[in-house]
Design a protein around this ligand. Sequence first.
Ligand SMILES: Cc1cc2nc3c(=O)[nH]c(=O)nc-3n(C[C@H](O)[C@H](O)[C@H](O)COP(=O)(O)O)c2cc1C
Length: 394
Amino acid sequence: MPSTRREFLSATAAAMTLSTALPEPATGADSPSAQAAQSAASAYAAPTEVKAVEFINLREIEPAAQKVIPAGGFGYISSAAGDEWTKRENEAAFKRVTIVPRYLTGYKDADRSTTLLGSKVSMPVIVSAMAQHGMAHASAELGSAKGTGEAGALYTAGSLSNNTLEEIAQASAAPKWFQIYLPADRGVATEVLHRAKAAGYRAIVLTIDTVVPSNRETDVRNHFRSPLPLGNYPGVSGAYAASPVKRDLDWDDVEFVRQTTGLPVLLKGVMTPDLAVTAVARGCAGVQVSNHGGRQLDDVAASFTVLPRIADAVRGRATIIIDGGIRRGQDVFKALALGANAVAIGRPVLYGLALGGWMGVQAVFQHLDAELEMTMRLAGARTIAEISRQYVNA
Ligand SMILES: Cc1cc2nc3c(=O)[nH]c(=O)nc-3n(C[C@H](O)[C@H](O)[C@H](O)COP(=O)(O)O)c2cc1C
């Protein structure tokens, strides 16, 4: 194996959703490996239907999606690292905090609109960055971005998308952020970041928790390897292959990302108050409290468990997003009560996409928004700003 290919496989595996999510690197569009990748991609039978989707709650869309997504792709989306304890804990942690309702408020509606880093959105729920939406549906990120935009919500495009970042930017007029796993080659990194800025993304989300591969045992068991091409790194050859994702990320890299575009930067993967405070001191506009949906280091705490201490440390000086296990409007409410400005959702977006294309994604957002509205009405909160710690027993 040539050294560039060997390096590519190990280093990109470290930074992504890992070797399993990656297509084989090709050496040229007409090379045998490129042709093999092409035919493997066409052999991956992602759902194609675009239709209205009905469901009672977000938990039940997972088994429904399992019926339509190819087994390897479903395993890749649904599974997590190690014993998957952190993944389960992400959901379980929400049930350990109870809501304290306030009655007789005289309120007759609940406004869910809010502003995130200057972008007005209809709800405090956004898409969390995810690689390879083509695993869930043939429309890939074009479908998820359109559905999110139709719901008036904010979209985070993952840099390991199947569509290009420019195509995704055009898929809806709604505000979007761009997530990056930082390439080790600063030239490659600069180019991608400049493309994101030129395409109209309003913030950069730098993922910091993926410096080496994790033990996704389901993918190993399934011998799963994504056959789909990465939109932003065509053929996964050339500059990107020669420039694997940076393994030794540090604060200089954060500064580099900040300086390169001048856009607001959010650090994704923050799990401690110390790190959040340093991020603020070093000029980050936000932090995304996240353990990658339990897909990286198993046995770390649920993101919701660490949220209150991080919010206390940040003291309103930066935007706080939280992701991991958010499946109910009550979860959104509790996260806002404990200091988040918004929540991000991952797997449910891909399940909605699988079930109905962009209409399924829109339905996921509309459902969560309706549950949040109900929760706010029943708990006696009229605006997002009003949701505070007095509404929970934590
Ligand atoms: C299929 C899949 C791919 C993901 N890819 C990325 C990625 O490329 N970059 C990233 O920062 N996080 C990635 N994540 C993590 C999500 O952004 C998020 O942290 C997690 O999914 C939230 O948990 P939830 O799925 O329980 O809502 C991925 C998650 C999934 C399920």
